[in-house]
Write a protein that binds this ligand. Structure first.
Ligand code: ZN
Length: 462
């Protein structure tokens, strides 16, 4: 055991270890209520986290950290809650530019009358860059540090996301009909392969393949997408059984559920995330569990489009990791993961008649460690533990709405909003400090988004 003599040096109490030195690190976040989301669900009042080279070195009582480490940058949390950054397991970032364009419609009418035509006229690399900047700004401001995306021109999304400092599992969309970045599925596959190569080994961006859905792709393309994913050990993101109409289509065309049809093609495997997974029977759920598929639950989008209620408690009971997603902002209409947590917790109480169906602790887990498991990234993110990447957020609990606070977990799910996030850190880099975003020019991002909104308005005659 090392002997420690605590002396005061500058702002920090610095320990003299057996070697006479306290360890120099990049960052210490101190004086926080640390909600770790680790295996023991530890909450440390008066806690601190030491970070070096983008990784968490230690999570402990503030005095312990200050005696063992000296930091180049210290953030005094002033009693705020420090928790793992939130993981949005399903969105379409640039669709923030269609926010509020068409509401109160069912999925197929919404897609076919509004979204697909608007996309055909407005999606371009420039549009995607502007939309992703706006989405990144909103995510940083509301505490999302990792997001899974499915869209077009995904390489543009990758570059903007990396510059903004966020972590992304970004899937290049493949779809049967001609779209802005590909005339044919073959073009889409070629573009996807180039995308996988461009971002291979990137620290923040995990390039993925995003075949849109079983009802928008033929058998050969679905199988080609799976084969490419296997060749590159890349994640696969797909929409699954989102609506009753999809189930009906699958039954008619293949005499099988969408889940079983995709299984019959050899589509399911690890590193695969199914978004929505609403219309599943028990056999489908068992199948996804046995194939180690992760699920992204999107309560707000499913409610808004009246798609149905995913059987989240049943999926979780079989061991399927279920993360939370917002879906694109056009069907939500924001990217606030705190709202996603709250709606998940409330929705399943209502539909099951059981107030314990999704308790606050589970909703918070779904937005953090379970989301990481669903993306098979729980070795790197999802909890505050030694060795993991330093993706974390500070949340103020000082508002009237949050007073008093008996239980931080309850407050994070039932009263906190994205705006309560004060500081956002990804990979040890501070992206927002005390509400000031450091990696994006907020005014410029909003100005640019409004330029594109005018084009969207002209394109759809609104
Ligand atoms: Zn979606």
């Amino acid at each position: 055991m090392r002997t420690r003599v605590v002396i005061a040096a500058g702002f920090a109490a610095v320990a003299i270890t057996a070697t006479g030195q306290s360890r120099q690190v990049d960052l210490i976040v101190s004086n926080a209520i640390v909600v770790t989301m680790d295996g023991g669900s530890r909450v440390l009042p008066g806690g601190a986290v030491a970070v070096d080279a983008g990784r968490i070195l230690a999570v402990a009582a503030a005095e312990t950290i200050s005696t063992q480490y000296a930091a180049r940058q210290t953030i005094d949390a002033g009693g705020q809650v420090l928790l793992p950054g939130l993981i949005n397991t399903h969105t379409h970032a640039p669709m923030v530019l269609y926010r509020g364009l068409a509401d109160d419609l069912a999925l197929m009418e919404w897609l076919e009358k509004y979204i697909f035509p608007a996309e055909a006229k407005t999606v371009s690399p420039e549009f995607v860059r502007a939309g992703t900047r706006l989405a990144a700004l909103e995510m940083i401001q509301s505490g999302t540090t990792t997001y899974a995306d499915m869209y077009y021109f995904e390489e543009e999304i990758g570059r903007v996301t990396r510059d903004a400092g966020l972590r992304g599992v970004l899937g290049q969309t493949i779809i049967q009909f001609p779209v802005a970045d590909a005339q044919t599925p073959r073009d889409g596959l070629a573009r996807t392969e180039a995308f996988l190569k461009e971002f291979a080994g990137d620290e923040l961006i995990t390039p993925a393949i995003a075949p849109h859905a079983m009802y928008t792709l033929d058998r050969a393309t679905l199988q080609a997408a799976r084969a490419m994913a296997d060749r590159y050990t890349a994640p696969v993101l797909i929409h699954l059984a989102e609506t009753a109409a999809e189930l009906e289509t699958s039954q008619k065309a293949h005499a099988m559920s969408p889940t079983r049809y995709l299984d019959s093609l050899g589509f399911w495997g690890p590193r695969t995330l199914a978004a929505h997974a609403v219309w599943l029977d028990d056999a489908d759920i068992g199948l996804l569990a046995s194939r180690k598929v992760g699920v992204s639950h999107n309560p707000e989008s499913n409610m808004k489009l009246a798609s149905g209620t995913a059987k989240v408690p049943a999926m979780r009971r079989t061991g399927i990791p279920v993360g939370l997603g917002t879906d694109g902002a056009a069907s939500n209409n924001d990217l606030d993961m705190f709202e996603a947590m709250r709606q998940a917790a409330l929705l399943h109480k209502l539909t099951t008649g059981d107030p314990r169906a999704v308790p606050a602790s589970v909703a918070l887990a779904m937005a953090t460690i379970e989301g990481a498991k669903a993306l098979q990234m729980d070795d790197r993110i999802g909890s505050l533990e030694r060795g993991k990447r330093a993706d974390m957020i500070l949340v103020s609990m000082r508002g009237a709405r949050q007073t008093p606070m008996y239980d931080p977990i309850s407050h994070l799910v039932y009263v906190t909003r994205g705006d309560d996030v004060q500081t956002t850190i990804v990979n040890g880099r501070v992206l927002m400090r005390d509400r000031r975003v450091l990696t994006l020019n907020e005014a410029a991002v909003i100005r640019e988004a409004n330029v594109h909104a005018a084009r969207v308005r002209a394109a759809v005659g609104k």
